[in-house]
Design a binder for this molecule. Sequence first.
Ligand code: CAA
Length: 387
Amino acid sequence: MFDFITEEHRMIQQAARDFAQKSIAPIAEHHDETGQFPIDTVRQMGQLGFMGIEVPEEYDGAGMDTLAYALALTEICKVDASHGTVMSVNNSLFNYALIKFGTEEQKRAYMSPVARGEKIGAYSLTEPMSGSDAGTMKSRAVLNDAGTHYLINGRKSWVTSAPYADFILLFTMTQPEKMHKGVTAFMIETDQPGFERGKTEPKMGIRASATSEIIFDNYECPVENRIGAEGDGFKIAMAVLDAGRIGIAAQALGIAEACLEASIAYAQEREAFGQKIGQFQMIQQKLADMKCKVEASRLLIYQACLAKNRNKQTGERYTLESSMAKLFASEAANYCAKEAVQIHGGMGYSREMPLERYYRDAKITEIYEGTSEIQRLVIARQLTGLR
Ligand code: CAA
């Protein structure tokens, strides 16, 4: 039916499914329980090419397209959304920023090692007092008199993968009076003086992915590490989030599929009042609604992937398609997780089964990389052209 899905797409999807089943499924519960970052499996995912799916082969990536990325990510997240979070940040927030806005030297120095799975990347936009209103950040970068370095100071929060990241794509203010037009992007090397990691967030879900604050105290960033021109940072951040939001939609779809599959199996075997619970209309309604939401999410994700693939040729924005996919799939995942717990009853609430983990993991997809409220704002603005 979907003739845009090639043999190559099916192969990476299958490879991700096999890896997730064989290597992630046995450890997912332990890492969720302990909150320990699964560094070994994250490295293995890199060796298998899952951390640079859209990175061209000349830069050590898999040289595939966005659909390949979304298919693979969905399979990983179907087993464990935490691994998927690390994969999505490396691919769509970090590598994609460099594919689109990096210089040749920046691509070789920062993107290739992440694509090879040797290094971990992160993306840092949010600050303690600047979340959805991303143009109001307080951190600063000031160019020195010699014009060789920026001195960076300030505090950023909710940085996914920061506790383990080697490189961080940072957005900070160079000209605060210009608001969003004063934001500039920089590549940060986390082993340099002036960089420190702050408190790690004790999260409700995706607990095996590591998230922390980062602190800059007179960090000296060479001008060669500026990504794009001064003042271009906000547009870079937004353009990269367009790509990132497709990743979060794929993550949400993986969680929703896991919930649906578990629920179908349970409905087929669990009996109550002398029959399978799948014979009760109230359970049937839940399963039917879950299935429709899963398939509708998938179609919106395909549409967004194809729009992003087209962007390579036309340069046309795919903001609308990306936000629609993210909004719908994240709400579908939350619906499916809630109903899956309900269908499983007490077992759904028990830590002995992964349903409650899916329920906790699903929630973040409605929050990070732009809340559902922000997605609705973006979609409506795209429709009306009004701000
Ligand atoms: N692509 C390219 N340019 C874009 C763009 C896009 N998708 N969206 C906006 N722009 C441009 C606009 O065209 C405009 O350009 P001009 O100045 O030339 O007119 C400029 O950026 C400013 O746009 P807006 O006026 O629309 O900006 P705004 O201040 O009203 O904000 C917003 C818009 C949609 C609310 C935006 O701030 C937003 O998306 N906020 C949410 C931020 C977010 O998602 N944060 C999550 C961070 S990452 C994370 O979750 C952590 C992690 O590690 C995973």
